[in-house]
Design a protein around this ligand. Structure first.
Ligand SMILES: [Zn+2]
Length: 124
């Protein structure tokens, strides 16, 4: 998955390094291996909802630093998880585009309503 500039900016921060460390301290074992009855040390921290799914820089920041959005994984499970996500990459891109369109339409509709109200105020 291509990482955008917001992702790169956020992942480079000390805040991320601290949160990553806290997550690995709280969950030192790979959570995916654990579900399969395997005990393996976690080396990496995965974002369950991808940071890039955020529509604004603020949303991306929330996803990046949300402790509940993190999963401790071993390297193999991290690669596997991303491979699986990549397979549904097209569906994800579609969801993302739809969410952006919906947001735009809501703003646009609100403008239309306000405009009508203003016009109404002038008429009455
Ligand atoms: Zn694992």
């Amino acid at each position: 998955m291509a990482k955008d500039k917001d992702y790169k900016r956020l992942i480079a921060k000390n805040r991320w390094l601290q949160l990553r460390k806290a997550k690995l301290t709280a969950n030192p074992l790979c959570e995916r291996c654990k579900e399969n009855g395997i005990t393996k040390e976690a080396e990496e921290v995965h974002h369950i909802v991808p940071v890039e799914d955020g529509l604004t820089p603020r949303e991306k920041e929330t996803l990046m630093y949300d402790f509940g959005n993190l999963r401790s994984l071993c390297h193999d499970c991290h690669v596997l998880t991303h491979t699986e996500m990549g397979r549904s990459g097209k569906a994800q891109a579609k969801r993302h585009a739809k969410a952006q369109l919906e947001r735009f339409c809501k703003k646009f509709l609100l403008c239309l309503i306000l405009l009508k109200m203003l016009k109404g105020a002038v008429i009455f």
